[in-house]
Design a protein around this ligand. Structure first.
Ligand code: UD2
Ligand code: MN
Length: 556
């Protein structure tokens, strides 16, 4: 079987290579610029002039790339705003390192921002939105690209306003000058606040009923907005995100991201993209269906304004950057809403490898403060896993969380356990440290005999002198002794209980405590010693029955 599989894979690989080469050599249907030739190579994408297509199974998803053609849109969309002068004032000087200031290639961004192309479709049914963009020392060309793409690729009737929050950037003109563009408003913080308080400030002055948050270095794609507003209009408790495509930090090429990803995290509260679980993937009959996501990346989402306010906006004691996406995501799910990614909506974003700005309190301390607040307010007993994954968080200051706890009570939100069971069951709880104990019944102890036998016997030894045969590890759902586990032999009352090799997936080995009894999870029957000499069995659970009472006593 293995040899066959290898042969099949080899043939498939060779065929794939030939297909790829053939595709590459195929004559293009019309002449293409050298820029569009080099864009989007790799990642299974094929470049056709002016279009970037991703081929997935049976479907082709066309994407409009940013440098389609030069177009003059200034007259219609940017009003009297002098784009060239705005950019020229901050353009890279010859000889400057283009990556130094912003951690991406400024030269390419400057060059390409002027060639965004327009493609507008209209849908007049939907409510309009306030776009909120906060920034701190963003490059002018990326900031302008974000605004231009919004104005050019959204039905004008849906854009109520674009609110820029200048988070105390060095040059107030970066923001101020942009206010000449129709619909654009500029608010400047009088001190550095960070993205969380800045977004709240933006939301508080927004006058549309729907809020749309964007980072300051995005390029929205065609028809990005309508699918998101539609979902929120249908149910105001939905918080929706687009697929976030990648804008190369080197050449600003627009690269399509996989449509099979959702947001996840590990216990250190580190965000990561992960594959949709296989069962959910199989259940998706239509690739345009929304993808439920445990968390959102944080920067790009649409939310009903009254729902945003009802749920307590953001935790404004979080500083600068980081962690607010977990806090918002837990809150939305646990307090009656939902989070989804809409595959029909795509927005490009420049993902960077480092922060190009400073953190007044330091990057690590700020991230710890913010995530610690999220963990303390929302994660209940699960916060212990956060602390074991991030031991440095212990003892670090995180301020008062009284108002956020009050909010959680007021909104009557569900426990984190509910979130774990219903929203993110794929997040595994770290294996608990094994604690040895004896299982005591009266003066007797449960012990193993021979290879798979069991019985009650006088408790022997104390502390470290307890015999191995009487030491048990209760790691839900298993009751184990080294690599052997307590298992029922059949699911009916009276069936004998024995020892066998542990397997967490084996239903016969799953137990849970029920008062002082130990209940077998699937049959619902309880561990019963029946006759002290013979092997224990499972029988109908009867509280207070002496033969069903097992008191675990930790061996110290
Ligand atoms: C991601 C999110 C970002 C945010 C962050 C966690 C996306 C695409 N981006 O990080 O929105 O949720 O995770 O906090 O999902 N900014 C300020 N003031 C500051 C620092 C940053 O206004 O003091 C602005 C910054 O100019 C940018 C936005 O906040 O527009 C996000 O910052 P980033 O781009 O450095 O974050 P990113 O994309 O790495
Ligand atoms: Mn960003």
């Amino acid at each position: 079987i293995r040899a066959n599989a290898i042969a099949i894979l080899t043939v498939a690989w060779i065929l794939g290579t030939f297909y790829y080469l053939w595709q590459d050599n195929k004559p293009q249907s019309s002449p293409s610029s050298s820029a569009s030739q080099t864009r989007g190579r790799g990642h299974g994408q094929k470049v056709v002039p002016g279009r970037l297509e991703i081929h997935r199974d049976d479907r082709t998803i066309p994407l409009i790339v940013s440098d389609l053609a030069m177009q003059t849109f200034q007259g219609q969309l940017l009003g009297s705003f002098d784009e060239k002068a705005y950019l020229a004032a901050k353009q890279l000087k010859p000889g400057d390192d283009p990556y130094r200031e912003h951690a991406f290639n400024l030269q390419e961004s400057d060059r390409l921002v002027q060639v965004l192309s327009a493609s507008l479709t209209y849908d007049t049914d939907l409510p309009s939105t306030s776009i909120i963009i906060t920034f701190h020392n963003e490059a002018r060309s990326t900031l302008l690209r974000t605004i231009k793409s919004v104005l050019m690729r959204s039905p004008p009737s849906l854009i109520h306003e674009i609110i820029l929050i200048d988070d105390f950037s060095s040059d107030p003109d970066d923001c101020q000058l942009l206010a000449q563009i129709p619909k654009v408003r500029c608010l400047r913080n009088s001190r550095r606040e960070g993205l969380i308080r800045s977004r709240v400030r933006g939301a508080n002055t927004a006058s549309a009923s729907i809020l749309t948050f964007l980072d300051s270095h995005c390029e929205v794609n065609t028809d990005w907005l309508q699918p998101m507003i539609q979902r929120v209009k249908e149910d105001h408790t939905r918080v929706v995100s687009p697929i976030i495509d990648v804008i190369s930090l080197d050449n600003f090429a627009y690269l399509a991201a996989s449509a099979d990803l959702r947001g996840g995290f590990d216990w250190s509260l580190h965000f990561k993209w992960e594959q949709i679980p296989i069962e959910q993937k199989m259940a998706r009959s239509d690739p345009t269906q929304p993808i439920r996501t445990p968390v959102i990346a944080g920067g790009i989402f649409v939310m009903d304004k009254s729902w945003f306010n009802h749920l307590g906006q953001y935790d404004t004691h979080m500083d600068i950057w980081g962690g607010e996406n977990f806090e918002l995501s837990f809150r939305v799910w646990m307090c009656g809403g939902s989070l989804e990614i809409l595959p029909c909506s795509r927005v490009g974003h420049v993902f960077r490898k480092r922060h190009p700005y400073d953190f007044p309190e330091g990057n690590a301390l700020t991230y710890i403060k913010n995530t610690r607040r999220a963990a303390e307010v929302w994660m209940d007993e699960y916060k212990q896993y956060y602390y074991s994954a991030r031991p440095s968080a212990q003892g670090k200051a995180f301020g008062s969380i009284a108002d956020r706890l009050a909010l959680r009570r007021k909104l009557n939100c569900k426990p984190f356990r509910w979130y774990m069971e219903n929203v993110y069951p794929e997040l595994r709880v770290p294996e608990q440290e094994a604690v040895s104990s004896v299982l005591k019944q009266g003066g007797l102890c449960l012990e193993t005999r021979g290879t798979d036998g069991l019985g009650l016997a006088e408790c022997r030894g104390l502390g470290a002198n307890r015999p191995q045969a009487q030491r048990w590890e209760l790691i839900e759902p298993l009751i184990r002794q080294q690599d052997l586990c307590l298992a029922i032999s059949a699911f009916t009352a009276g069936s004998k209980v024995k020892m066998e090799l542990c397997n967490t997936k084996e239903p016969r080995q799953k137990w849970k405590p029920k008062g002082t009894a130990l209940q077998h999870m699937v049959s619902g029957l309880c561990l019963d010693s029946q006759t002290p000499a013979g092997p224990p069995v499972i029988s109908q659970c009867r509280p207070q029955m002496a033969s069903q009472s097992w008191e675990p006593q930790v061996i110290t």
